[in-house]
Design a protein around this ligand. Structure first.
Ligand SMILES: Cc1cc2nc3c(=O)[nH]c(=O)nc-3n(C[C@H](O)[C@H](O)[C@H](O)COP(=O)(O)OP(=O)(O)OC[C@H]3O[C@@H](n4cnc5c(N)ncnc54)[C@H](O)[C@@H]3O)c2cc1C
Length: 459
């Protein structure tokens, strides 16, 4: 039987996550910086602020518990992808986007380094990322993607043919792959809970079970009191739409995952999946997977993309049809796993801005700041955002504050029902494009997908 929901498999099976929650806010308070949201973005920001300026009073307000959001539910891809890089290249030039990419490359090592320094045991394994193509059209995209990454300085990336790919991970129908060393497998929840503990050791005040109902310049209101601070940082990513005035800022996009029971050593041998590389593909409705530290496969994909009215899931419960489609995807990648036990399924939300570009912003006149819109590539990006927010708050002009994603503004999403109709149509087009590319074996990307990309503003 598959356990559906319960926040995530990571939460359900990590005993430290069931520790009693931290105390909520009980009265009005003051701080120098108040951070709304106890995920990677909020906690990395708190961590770096307090590390750089120990006298700063930093308070984090979290509606449930640290790691309740995507940071405690994700696929554990700590990798160097950042949403919007190509658009930033178009807006600010190739060199500016190259600096952003280099900063992301360094971020993977930064997270691994801090985890080691703070003794955060997050099952980190630095095995790189293998992105596979399984159709001729995917192979064409893979080659273009590979060349594109080389042009952004990833000269250590390796292109593999079908035979070499299957020797690395035996994915059915693989026709090629691109491997990058800039990726590491993590246990997402262990990283976020370890980070919260590291913040507290530095003196950050964290209040859990404390929902912020409204953010204004100089204050964050909650049902239990208001925290006043010159800087108020919104780090709520996929939950942002629930905040007053933010219904159309970032769209809460669903991503869902399933995980198998631990697989036998002989199964792993037959899959050739020995180095725990992260695994992704080049489909339009792409998948992502990891070999967990306890020898399961955790695999995720879009499922039902969006809930009407920007609603979010109920503690991670996903749709039965999403579990079925992810299970089918798993066995299409690895037919030997047909009938395998799927122990857990869950979902979460990630934040998608109208132009699909991640941003980090501080408005000096109001003291309001925010970071997010990572569109599914937030594990490492949130760390870069945290260091950048630190520099912005401290008024330092640094290499990080000069990156092109800083202070980028974008228009809001359309009102309903257009928002819902648009996202449904977009993913219906991507699924149909994937189906056509699989059945026709055409080497070119289906025009339907290119049209969907153009209309959505995704590429
Ligand atoms: C299923 C899934 C798989 C993913 N896989 C990957 C992956 O493999 N690699 C990758 O790079 N990215 C992945 N992502 C995206 C990545 O997890 C996120 O981009 C990242 O965790 C965002 O961190 P965050 O701190 O900004 O937001 P979150 O982790 O969502 O944290 C926001 C926090 O704010 C709190 N909050 C919200 N509203 C309020 C309020 N009003 N008051 C107080 N607190 C509030 C929430 O409870 C939550 O704890 C995935 C996302 C999902 C959902």
């Amino acid at each position: 039987m598959t356990i559906n929901g319960g926040i995530s498999f990571w939460y359900a099976t990590d005993h430290t996550a069931t520790a009693p929650p931290r105390a909520p806010l009980t009265s009005d308070a003051t701080a120098d910086v108040v951070i709304v949201g106890g995920g990677y973005t909020g906690l990395w920001t708190a961590y770096y602020l307090k590390s750089s300026a120990p006298d700063l009073r930093v308070t984090v307000l979290e509606q449930k518990f640290c790691g309740y959001g995507a940071s405690g539910r994700n696929g554990g891809w700590l990798y160097n992808g950042i949403a919007g890089r190509d658009r930033y290249a178009a807006l600010h030039g190739h060199q500016a986007a190259l600096r952003l990419q280099q900063a992301m490359n360094e971020t993977v090592g930064e997270v691994i380094g801090v985890a080691a320094k703070e003794d955060i045991q997050a099952d980190i394994h630095h095995g790189g990322v293998l992105e596979v193509a399984r159709t001729p059209a995917q192979l064409t995209r893979l080659r273009a993607f590979h060349e594109g990454e080389l042009s952004f300085g990833e000269t250590d990336r390796v292109l593999h043919d079908a035979t070499d790919t299957r020797a690395l991970i035996d994915v059915a129908d693989a026709v090629g792959s691109s491997w990058s060393p800039h990726g590491a497998r993590i246990h997402p929840l262990k990283l976020v809970t370890g980070l919260a503990a590291a913040c507290e050791r530095l003196g950050v005040v964290i209040h859990e079970s404390t929902p912020v109902t409204e953010i204004d310049p100089g204050r964050a209101r909650t049902p239990y009191g208001t925290v006043r601070a010159p800087y108020v940082l919104r780090c709520t990513e996929g939950f942002t739409a629930a905040l007053k005035g933010h219904k159309r800022s970032w769209l809460p996009m669903n991503s869902s995952m399933i995980v198998t029971a631990p697989l036998a050593p002989s199964t792993w041998e037959s899959l050739n999946w020995s180095d725990a590389a992260l695994l992704g593909d080049m489909a339009h409705a792409y998948m992502y997977a990891q070999r967990t530290a306890d020898d399961r496969i955790a695999i995720g994909g879009r499922g039902v993309p969006y809930r009407y009215g920007s609603r979010t899931d109920n503690d991670g419960t996903t749709q039965e049809r999403t579990i079925a489609s992810l299970t089918a995807l798993l066995t299409s990648f690895f037919p030997v796993l047909t009938g395998v036990e799927v122990t857990h399924a869950w979902s979460g939300v990630l934040g998608v801005p109208r132009d699909w570009c991640a941003t980090v912003t501080l408005d000096r006149t109001t003291g309001l700041g925010w970071a997010g819109g990572y569109v599914g590539s937030g594990v490492a990006t949130a760390n870069l955002a945290g260091r950048t927010l630190r520099d912005l708050v401290l008024g330092a002009s640094t290499d990080l504050t000069a990156l092109p994603w800083v202070n980028h503004r974008v228009r809001r999403w359309e009102p309903e029902p257009f928002r819902w109709l648009g996202v449904q149509a977009l993913y219906a087009a991507y699924r149909e494009a994937d189906r056509r590319e699989t059945t026709t074996h055409t080497p070119a990307t289906t025009p339907l997908a290119r049209l969907a990309d153009r209309i959505s503003g995704r590429h």
